[in-house]
Design a protein around this ligand. Structure first.
Ligand code: UD1
Ligand code: UDP
Length: 374
């Protein structure tokens, strides 16, 4: 049997991207052999198993079970456990996605062992080096042999960092491949609220307008004062528009630590555990507005035509602002409030679908790799 491509996943957004890539590699006229390696960075059923099941991803061939830790501990643990996997499989390449610790850790191990690295979602830059993801992106791109990009800005970023154009391929967005495939099967918001999370929002009716919130960036949730200001802002805005907030485990812990549960319980912010991908699609397609600091959700809101307010100072995905429905508003409560008012009054930015976000990005990746790796 041919040497496989080792495909690495670690965290929630990776599963959604890999769900498009694996079938595309398997669908080549001469399929590329693959092995799926999960580092174990995300492990709660609500952060992992639900996604494998809903996205139709096969069980990983190997789970490195690294779990949580500081950046150094987590990255080092992944590296130590990934090295013998390369020894065993002698892969033709290692494919990594996105910008999480699992991405850089496995790319670094592979390149030192002389194995070509494929980076899907290369070249995005926030220019904010305080974000761990920015460091992961810059370094992974420097190590990669094949850099697949989602938007035109990414190529300019890479070229400016000295990466040869011939290694860069603008293919579109695999996250949107998965969205377009599964959107027709997404539940209605009533099914999400009443059936899958009964009792959390007793006053809910299908026609009710609501905003959707996701927040998990360290810059927003790790500092208790920043978190408090954001939660008070959401609580206040929820009187205008109820907010549904599936809470990431990092954020759940920080809300508890900061004693903010009471404030939220008295508001119209409806807290949910992290929801599955299908539930998330159901919520996103019906929301009046999405307030987020997520990379993936900025893209998905653009693909769905739903206005998005990004509660950060920057975005590494500028096409969602220049062409899509996204507005970067930062974390000042007054700015957030007036941006929300404007969306409620006008319906917000209409936006258009960015170039090559057409559901075929993974096919383009597969056909390029099918040629290059034989
Ligand atoms: C990670 C990524 C981030 C990505 C996010 C997607 C890095 C540096 N960060 O952030 O880029 O946007 O995933 O969701 O790679 N935890 C659980 N259960 C889990 C996983 C995590 O309870 O299954 C808790 C643990 O307390 C852990 C904390 O969440 O310490 C943070 O997890 P970690 O994977 O380190 O970072 P994320 O904030 O999830
Ligand atoms: N997502 C989900 N359930 C949730 C929150 C997010 O399915 O409760 C999905 C979301 O639609 C997107 C992906 O998870 O597809 C984004 O992951 P996340 O925001 O954790 O990471 P980021 O994209 O910021 O790295």
């Amino acid at each position: 049997m041919n040497a496989p491509v080792l495909c690495v996943v670690g965290a929630r957004p990776n599963f959604i991207k890999m769900a498009a890539i694996l079938p595309a590699l398997a669908a080549l006229p001469t399929p590329l052999a693959t092995r799926l390696i999960h580092t174990g960075q995300h492990y709660d059923p609500a952060m992992k198993a639900t996604f494998f099941q809903q996205l139709g991803i096969p069980e990983p061939d190997l789970d490195l079970e690294v779990g949580s830790g500081t950046h150094a501990v987590q990255t080092a643990r992944i590296m130590c456990r990934f090295e013998p996997v390369i020894e065993t499989h002698r892969p033709v390449a290692v494919l990594v996605v996105g910008d999480v610790n699992s991405t850089i850790a496995c790319a670094l191990v592979a390149v030192k062992m002389g194995i070509p690295v494929i980076h899907v979602e290369a070249g995005l830059r926030s220019r904010d080096r305080k974000m761990p993801e920015e460091i992961n992106r810059i370094l992974t791109d420097q190590l990669s042999d094949f850099l697949f990009t989602t938007e035109r800005s990414a190529e300019n970023n890479l070229v400016a960092e000295g990466i040869e154009r011939k290694r860069i391929h603008f293919v579109g967005n695999v996250m949107i491949d998965t969205l377009l495939r599964l959107l027709p099967q997404a539940p209605t918001v009533a099914e999400v609220v009443q059936t899958r999370h009964p009792g959390v929002w007793p006053a809910f009716t299908q026609e009710m307008a609501f905003g959707l919130v996701t927040l998990h960036r360290p810059a927003n949730v790790d500092d208790p004062q920043t978190l408090k200001e954001l939660m008070l802002c959401l609580a206040q805005q929820s009187k205008k528009l109820p907010m549904v907030f599936p809470v990431h485990p990092r954020t759940r812990q920080r809300i508890l630590d900061a004693g903010l549960n009471e404030v939220l319980a008295r508001s119209d912010v409806i807290l949910l555990p992290p929801v599955g991908y299908m539930e998330m699609l159901g919520l996103m397609k019906s929301a009046k507005v999405i307030l987020t600091d997520s990379g993936g959700v900025q893209e998905e809101s653009t693909a769905l035509g739903c206005p998005c307010l990004t509660l950060r100072d920057n975005t590494e995905r500028p096409v969602t602002v220049t062409e899509g429905t996204n507005t970067v508003v930062g974390r000042n409560p007054e700015v957030i409030a007036s941006a929300l008012d404007e969306i409620l009054a006008t319906g917000g930015k209409a936006g258009r679908i960015p170039e090559l976000w057409d559901g075929k990005a993974a096919q383009r990746i597969a056909s390029l790799l099918g040629e290059a790796l034989r």
